[in-house]
Design a protein around this ligand. Structure first.
Ligand code: UT7
Length: 345
């Protein structure tokens, strides 16, 4: 008789049980950054929808912002840190390659011996992490999973780069995923295209930078540290032509149509991308569309939980509403799923 390996006992459904966010204290209005990039408040508002963003101060780290957002998500869910079996943290701006930020956040929250790891999928990171968290719960591998999207993109910004300096920002959002009587997190529609990585990327890797530093030290020359760079037009074109299909795939897999939605929470990349998707999908006017970019900028992996929170806090959407989430960005990676919106703290 061959040895049989047991499988974990699956549960039928997973749902978002609670949501928390952290918005850095310092608000940076367009007026504060326009001079260095030869821009204007009006250009930034009309081309991107951004009016202000939050940039973190030194004590507002990837770990501290995540911990604060997660504490509120746990409170909203009525779940203790000790009940969490896994932490999945999505980010592209943690400047430490090891340990994972997820493991440190778990310890900061008082967890012991909890599975924890980080996910790097650019601005699609939160939806990638959420898909994995939901599948861990449904597979019976974890009863409660903490899913975090967090960024300190101000650390990667060349403040003189007029393509990026006004867009990217900082913050954190977290959700608790757990078992549920009815499905609260639909199947994910996801993908990536590594042939287009040049569209958004760190302009030089650290090996190259260290070699440049060594050469500069030897020759008395100078070098410039790595920064995030973006071909905005290429990303914009991809987003408005390709992502309608991703939205339709997520809806199809959930067995729903656009008319079934109460809310749409796309990654907050550019309000014109949001407008284009709303038009392409023929979304009815009664659907609440997240517009958190105006106050928050583009916070990459954090933008979707932060935008969900803004919709719920403003009353434009309610816990239990049906929402389509769509993350997209560097990679060029995307991920979308239909969810029932959670409670907020
Ligand atoms: O989160 C990851 C995913 N990221 C995104 O989805 C971002 C997608 N891309 C975008 O959001 C847009 O491409 C931007 C907001 C970055 C740029 O907007 P755009 O409408 O694509 O601008 P553009 O690069 O086509 O430039 C249009 C004009 C140019 O001037 P001319 O040649 O028409 O005279 C630029 O020189 O705007 C000028 N311009 C600016 N003017 C003032 C470009 N950047 C700026 C600026 N301020 N910051």
């Amino acid at each position: 008789m061959p040895v049989q390996i047991a499988t974990a006992a699956p549960v039928a459904h997973a749902a978002l049980l609670g949501l928390g966010v952290y918005r850095p204290r310092r608000v940076v209005p367009n007026a504060e950054i326009v001079e260095r990039i030869d821009s204007s408040d009006e250009w930034i508002r009309t081309r991107s929808g951004i009016e202000a963003r939050h940039w973190a101060e030194p004590d507002e780290t990837i770990v501290s912002m995540s911990t604060a957002a997660a504490a509120d998500a746990l409170a909203a869910a009525g779940v203790t840190a000790q009940q969490i079996d896994a932490v999945i943290l999505a980010t592209s701006s943690q400047m430490v390659l090891g340990p994972s930020a997820g493991a440190v956040v778990a310890t900061e929250l008082g967890m012991h011996d909890t599975a924890a790891f980080d996910v790097s999928a650019g601005c699609a990171g939160f939806c990638y992490a959420l898909a994995n968290g939901a599948n861990l719960v449904r597979a019976g591998q974890a009863r409660h999973v903490l899913v975090i999207g967090v960024e300190r993109l101000s650390d990667l910004l060349d403040r003189d780069d007029r393509t990026c300096a006004f867009i990217f920002a900082d913050g954190a959002g977290a959700v608790v995923v757990g078992p549920s009587d009815a499905e609260g997190i639909g199947p994910v529609a996801w993908g990536s295209d590594g042939s287009q990585t040049a569209a958004i990327k760190q302009d030089k890797d650290f090996q190259q930078y260290f070699a440049e530093v060594a050469e500069a030290e030897a020759t008395g020359g100078t070098t410039v540290r790595p920064y995030i760079r973006m071909n905005g037009t290429a990303v914009f074109r991809w987003a408005v032509t390709f992502l309608e299909k991703a939205c339709r795939d997520a809806l199809d897999q959930a067995g729903l149509t656009v008319e079934d939605l109460d809310a749409f929470v796309p990654h907050q990349a550019n309000s014109r991308i949001t407008d284009a998707l709303v038009r392409a999908l023929h979304m009815p006017e009664n659907i609440a569309v997240a517009r958190d970019i105006a106050e928050t900028g583009n916070t990459s992996a954090a933008s979707i939980p932060m935008a969900m929170e803004q919709l719920l806090r403003s009353g434009a959407a309610q816990p239990g509403d049906t929402a389509l989430l769509l993350g997209f960005g560097a990679g060029l990676a995307y991920a979308g799923q239909v969810v029932k919106l959670p409670a907020i703290a």
